[in-house]
Design a protein around this ligand. Sequence first.
Ligand SMILES: [Fe+2]
Ligand SMILES: [Fe+2]
Length: 285
Amino acid sequence: MRTIAHVSDLHFGRLDAPVAERLVEDLRQQTPSLLVVSGDFTQRARRRQYAQAAAFLKRLPTPQILVPGNHDVPMYDVIRRFLLPLQRYQAYITPDLFPSYLDDEMFVLGINTARSFTQKSGWITEDQLAIVEQKMQAQAPGSMRVLVTHHPFIPPPRDPHGDILRGAAGALARLEQCGVDLLLAGHLHLAYHDDVRSRHKATRRSILSIQAGTATSTRRRGEPNAYNWITFSPDLVTVAVRAWDGREFTESLVTRYRRTDHIWSRESQLPVDTTVPRSPEKNQN
Ligand SMILES: [Fe+2]
Ligand SMILES: [Fe+2]
């Protein structure tokens, strides 16, 4: 069995500081096999925001797999945006744009989906897909193969037109060939998950797509700050959403998926009411 603490959208620059402090405590009280942060470390990719994010990451459990988000590319500094889009990310967070983690039960690979040519959306390039294929195919059979991106492959149930990865269906045609089992993402500041085939009918392989809400940003989308605590063995995945209840992070929704005959099926879901009020604020995720 393995555990992944899946955190996303920290957004230093629009940080809820008390929530962030409590998040550190919550994560340090547990010992995940791996910590994943699926992008948007900063609000505007400023040096000070990156420095704060980097200091914060040093306080969190290791090992860590980190990928950038659209907010980690400078927006208003056009020269930097197009010529050096991830220079600060690589200087402060990690130089590695293909971070990976391997043990005898899982292989986790992260890739960048943020692009200079769009403020919000993202996609996977052909070169990236070729690298993902090569790395995934090299893994031993039976090992859980996990891909981390910032942009999600499926939209949230309440917003079918949500900003998902451009070309997601085409990318899935490649990812299913190399045996990807799980996809982890963030970006929409909503916690949700499902089989990718709920959206992409042409995809033949059952792949579970799991999104985390924003862990610490004040730009909430009607949900409390939260992160995912994911537990899995080869054919069983449990996603526990740990949400901010106004005082601390507590388990708010636990969903279990079982894979039978290569198909992930939702086996059970146990909701727990949370009481943080909706925020009317719009954002760019
Ligand atoms: Fe984002
Ligand atoms: Fe975000």
